[in-house]
Design a protein around this ligand. Structure first.
Ligand code: SR1
Ligand code: MG
Length: 422
């Protein structure tokens, strides 16, 4: 397949087209006529096939030359598969066991053959169903600390980091999606926007007229575009995580690029907060009080695991060109290194809050919405849940420098959710 021009796979052609791929034969069995493929992609961009054979099962993910959600009127380069592959290999090395194993990559066909995860399900689906995956909050905090620290100038040799920065700097089109869809479109009448209407119309008008909010969104966009601190996943929402009772895996890093550490953390926590605000719309199958408590606790567990692991790595793996030991510990000034860490974490915290607020807004006002809100059939109920989330997001984005703790914002989330403040 390596030299053939790109051609999208189908369930009918997949076995013939990938028959010669050693990794497919090794995992599925030698006879391709016995392989069975089904297309299961429900994301916005790509084809995803589960392929079963007599010996085992694999996932085949293939990029399309356009945005699947919109169609071929929105072309998108196949090279995103290249960035996904390279991000996955780095994440596997930096956070062992937290990404699927990669069996094969074909750059021309923009396809990756990878481990089939079972009995895992997408974290977003689990949270909508009211499940409480026991490990995921801590696992994701550790994943973020390890990948974000180890991909930065705090840890990597400067030349290697600059080479990676150059490599991922070509992921222009996917960054462009985020720059527009996340940071700008929600705040004006952009053509692809949609929201629950007419229920949210007055609030949407208020947010688009909110000067402080729009200025903060653009300051955050500047941080996103120019704050090349580390290799970020770039799209770390709850649809990019698969969970089982005993395992957590992060998938889909095609938006990977060198950006600010707080972006991944903020996007992930935003999706937990959205899960929280959506729970009232999923209560017909039973009260969700324990689920709400689980989600607020998960946010604290995730942040605390991130903070603690980052602190450990700061002490044990700070081998890069930033905050060298020669300036601090080697002079008997461990306190100086501690002070620098404190400032560093404070900056990540402030960024995280801002990015979380903007991510919440774009999932309710922009093109790409979240299932936890979309699956609430009663539109008045959906709009009520979304309105609380929008107000919460505005608070995070505009007041992020003054927010002291997750306890403080957890209390605000509860008051908004219970209608005690509006
Ligand atoms: C046009 S792509 C829309 C969204 O889907 C992806 O998962 C990213 O979140 C992107 O913003
Ligand atoms: Mg994705």
């Amino acid at each position: 397949m390596q030299d053939r021009p790109f051609e999208a796979l189908s369930v009918d052609t997949l076995a013939v087209r990938l028959a010669d791929v050693a990794a497919m034969r090794d995992t599925l069995g030698e006879d391709p006529t016995a392989w069975r493929a089904r297309e299961v992609g429900d994301g916005n961009l790509n084809l995803v096939f589960i392929v079963e054979g007599p010996r085992g099962t694999v996932v085949v993910k293939q990029a399309l030359p356009y945005v699947r959600l919109v169609g071929d009127s929105w072309p998108l380069p196949l090279k995103r598969s290249f960035f996904e592959y390279h991000a996955l290999t780095r994440q596997a090395a930096r956070a062992p066991g937290r990404v699927p194993e990669i069996f094969h990559f074909d750059e021309a066909q923009a396809l990756i053959v990878m481990e089939f995860l079972s009995p895992h399900i997408i974290l977003r689906k689990a949270l909508i169903e009211g499940r409480e995956p026991p490990r995921m909050a801590r696992d994701l905090g550790l994943f973020m600390a390890r990948t974000l620290f180890r991909g930065s100038d705090l840890c990597m040799p400067a030349g290697a980091r600059k080479a990676d920065l150059a490599l991922f700097s070509d992921n222009v089109e996917l960054c462009d999606i985020t720059e527009n869809l996340v940071f700008s479109d929600p705040y004006f009448d952009a053509p692809m926007n949609r929201h629950t209407s007419p229920q949210l119309d007055p609030l949407v008008a208020e947010l688009r007229a909110d000067r402080d909010l729009k200025v903060e969104a653009q300051r955050l966009k500047h941080r996103f575009a120019a704050g090349a601190e580390t290799l970020v996943h770039g799209d770390l929402h709850t649809g990019s995580v698969m969970v089982s009772e005993g395992d957590t895996r992060v998938i889909d890093p095609e938006f990977a690029f060198y950006g600010p550490m707080g972006f991944d953390v903020g996007m992930l926590l935003a999706n937990f907060w959205m899960a929280y605000f959506s729970q009232r719309g999923h209560e017909s199958a039973g009260a969700r009080d324990t689920m709400r408590a689980f989600l607020l606790a998960a946010i604290e567990t995730c942040w605390e695991a991130f903070r603690a692991e980052f602190t450990l790595l700061w002490r044990t793996e700070r081998t890069g060109m930033l905050y060298q030991h020669s300036l601090f510990e080697d002079q008997g000034d461990a306190l100086g290194a501690q002070q620098a860490l404190h400032h560093f974490m404070h900056d990540v915290w402030t960024d995280m809050l801002g990015f979380a607020g903007i991510e919440i807004h774009r999932r309710i006002l922009g093109l790409a919405h979240n299932a936890e809100f979309e699956e609430i059939e009663d539109l008045d109920m959906r709009a009520a849940c979304e309105a609380r989330a929008l107000k919460f997001g505005r608070h995070l984005a505009v007041n992020r420098r003054a927010i002291q703790s997750l306890t403080e914002i957890g209390a605000l989330a509860e008051m908004l959710d219970q209608g005690e403040v509006s």
